[in-house]
Design a protein around this ligand. Sequence first.
Ligand code: KG4
Ligand code: ZN
Length: 352
Amino acid sequence: MKVLGIETSCDETAAAVVENGDTLLSNVVASSMDLHVKYGGVVPEIAARSHIEVILPVIKLALDEAKCTWDDIDAIAVTYGAGLSGSLLIGVMTARTLAIARQKPLYAINHVEAHVYANFLTKTSLLSYKMPSSQPKFPLLAIIVSGGHTQLTLFRDHFDYQLLGQTQDDAVGEAFDKVAKMLGLPYPGGPSVSKAAQKGNPNRYVLPTPKVDKYGFSYSGLKTAVLRLAQKLIGEGYDFPSIKLPERLSEAQKADIAACFQRVAVEVIADKARAAYDEFRPHSVIIAGGVAANQELRRKLTDSIPLPLEYPDLRLCTDNGAMVAALGCFKLTGQQSQADPYSLSVEPSLSM
Ligand code: KG4
Ligand code: ZN
């Protein structure tokens, strides 16, 4: 059974083919990231326009790479939320049209839930992908950390999950992006902050650990603490504009700030994940979303969780169509309800 997955919730136009929920046959991602860099963040109108330009070639490439024709495809899965409405719309309208024209069942996919399913991909013939050795087992604790989400979710089975807690304000990836901006580091902030952090001392400055109940998270206070620290280091007050900070901070100060921020940002995730592990004793712990690419987070989790942890390939941690197709496979075999190709609409603020 083969499913075509389509993902356009933010700035990546992505399509992939997955077989039987565990085998990655193709994974094509066209990012409009370069067009957003000069604005320091994703511009929704630019993202939507790029999706329109590349979505059909991306889908064609995904089928070609998987050596599939439309006859081989059993269903189409598409992200319908959460995300930018203009971006989601392009993927959903394309998937609806293809489902009608090619007479395929259509599955509406929750983007955040899909991130978890990147962990179910264990096989591929694509070169250079590093896959986990086995699929996670239920009950499964999912640590979902991205530009839009920071949450702990307990999956008792497919489609049977409970949100244990989530961020009350900013998502962890968003905090990485904003701290990068303060330090004058390029967008996306996650990779650039962690690169700068490699040269810094993570214990150089004291930053407050967010205090939130149980499994909740909060990153806006930490972000503000970074701003205040940077203002203090250059001898300025609270009214000094953050946009002028990069030119006044030395490279060494930037590296130390990045390292201290990263330490606190990932430590709290590892601590809460450990508490959830102790309470629920899951059989697997997985990490999903763009921030799963963070090596320091991986290191901390490996230290705090007493289970062998495996991670998806970096290309399957950030937004991609493969995770959407993988979840689509499980929806198809699990006889979950299909979406109506004549009426499926987007849900920009869909939650889990
Ligand atoms: O899952 P994703 O591709 O998109 C969303 O659904 O949000 O995650 C993107 C986020 C961005 O905020 C980016 O800065 C962050 O993931 N990210 C990282 C790293 N790579 C990407 N954050 C920390 N460390 C990284 N290495
Ligand atoms: Zn995502």
